[in-house]
Design a protein around this ligand. Structure first.
Ligand code: FES
Length: 474
């Protein structure tokens, strides 16, 4: 079987301290004013991240008058923190979907994601966007766990099952025995014709064509009215694409999603890789090249569960072990909404409310899922044939695929709410205890993932109101 060469710990360990993603380097997006007063539109989109921008762009091309409202700045949320892989290979997914949902739906999932990859390429061509878009392979690897034969065997079996699932679905793929990473693997599953790009360069010309209001946080939805702090948009159709829906009672999304964080280092002097890499194991490292940098991502945890810190340090140690001469140039972290069954919630936000749509629960695959959302929601609003609507419908409930996560999320919420009764720092969403994350100097809610800076300002929803933070001086 395998193996790549494991490199030894090196002598050169020079690490910088630049915080923030590589995508903001040298790309300035147009600035937009705050929404003041009332405006009318065919479609109001909440959130100027990749999902909101793509949905608005597609509808605008179909002749709709679209207005986007954004709480902060365009692309300043998770879209700026992505590793920007565009792929149908979403970790270990297809075997799970076949076993716990259905083969037909797994096939639809793969098909629309492939359509999303192609649609990115088509927009790049049509708009002549210079955004480092390249087609490349995507690899899912199974690592050798030194000294742990059982874990090695289990990961390898998972890989083989995923390869069989891909074959059943007709996905063009190949099992490899070695990969271009300095680790020992038992094998890797390669999907060809996937892609990677620079998300900021990609959206720049799209953003220039759209009507956007920045610094306009939505506080309320009232029938056809999107109410921000200083104004409102009146629209026939409304799309909620703000990562985690902020409304509490509409759709009860807080009962069906939690959030997770992960950390990324951009390093130089580490060479390049020939595609995008992701591991079978939860603790594996994702890798892609970005110009002269290599992006290494990992250290996933449920938001609110990093009391001890050390995530960046552990990632640095791996970077040093893999690439002894590497030099850190940037670091950042990202937040992902995790649905119960690993399929995003895209479509009608509530059964019976035909003008209200949602795109959320992208489960770490934000770039590809953003395009999937744009395809599906565009078809809904334009009343076009929508073959993927059912698979992604927010009203579905795949019992077998959801039951474990539902139990875990419910337990976490009960614990967080109970602790919140006496906690000095409470989340303004539903009152759970906030937990300090020393890696980021922020306060995080384990229940549904809201985050606040040390002054209590909201960094990530679903919370929309600031919290009162009492710092622990001990
Ligand atoms: Fe829901 Fe904090 S995010 S209680």
């Amino acid at each position: 079987m395998f193996f790549g060469n494991m490199r030894m710990l090196g002598e050169k360990e020079v690490f910088g301290k630049v915080k923030g993603s590589v995508w903001t380097e040298g790309v300035a997006l147009k600035k937009f004013s705050r929404l003041v007063g009332e405006v009318n539109a065919d479609v109001a989109v909440i959130g100027a991240g990749m999902a909101g921008i793509l949905t608005a762009y597609k509808l605008m091309k179909d002749g709709k008058n679209v207005v986007i409202v954004e709480a902060n700045r365009v692309m300043s949320g998770q879209s700026e923190k992505t590793t920007a892989k565009i792929t149908i290979q979403h970790g270990v997914i297809y075997n799970k979907l076949i076993e716990k949902v259905s083969k037909a739906e797994a096939m639809q999932y793969a098909k629309v994601n492939m359509e999303a990859v192609e649609e990115y390429e088509s927009i790049v061509r049509k708009e002549e966007i210079d955004c480092d878009f390249i087609r490349c392979p995507s690899y899912l690897y199974a690592r050798v766990h030194e000294g742990d034969e059982e874990a090695t065997k289990a990961d390898h079996e998972t890989l083989i099952k995923e390869a069989e699932a891909a074959k059943q679905l007709g996905i063009k793929s190949e099992l490899m025995t070695s990969i271009n990473l300095p680790i020992s693997v038992t094998g890797a599953l390669r999907f060809d014709d996937q892609a990677q790009f620079h998300p900021m360069k990609f959206v720049k010309p799209l953003v220039d064509q759209l009507t956007i209001y920045e610094h306009s946080r939505v506080m309320e939805l009232k029938e056809d009215r999107v109410v921000t702090e200083h104004g409102s948009v009146i629209a026939k159709d409304i799309v909620v694409a703000c990562h985690y829906p902020f409304m509490i009672k509409k759709g009860f999304y807080f009962l069906r999603m939690h959030q997770e964080r992960s950390y990324v280092l951009a390093v130089k002097n580490a060479g390049t890789v020939d595609g995008v890499y992701y591991g079978v194991d939860k603790n594996d490292i994702s890798v892609r090249s970005c110009g002269e940098y290599l992006l290494l991502g990992g250290e996933r945890h449920r938001t609110g569960e990093n009391r001890e810190g050390g995530a960046y340090e552990r990632l640095r140690n791996i970077a040093k072990e893999w690439y002894p001469n590497c030099e850190e140039v940037r670091r950042w972290s990202a937040q992902d909404c995790m649905s119960l069954d690993s399929i995003p919630y895209i479509g009608r936000l509530l059964a019976g409310e035909n003008n209200l749509y949602v795109a959320t629960g992208f489960c770490r695959w934000g770039m590809t899922s953003s395009m999937v959302a744009a395809i599906i929601i565009r078809n809904h609003i334009m009343s076009d044939f929508n073959p993927y609507a059912e698979v992604f419908s927010p009203q579905r409930f795949n019992l077998k695929a959801s039951v474990k996560n539902l139990a875990e999320d419910s337990m976490e919420a009960v614990t967080g709410l109970t602790k919140g009764i006496f906690a000095p720092n409470k989340c303004t969403h539903l009152g759970c205890e906030l937990v300090y994350n020393p890696d980021e100097d922020v306060y995080e809610c384990p229940c549904h993932g809201s985050r606040f800076d040390c002054h209590g300002e909201v960094l990530d929803g679903p919370a929309i109101r600031p919290a009162t933070i009492k710092k622990d001086e001990s």
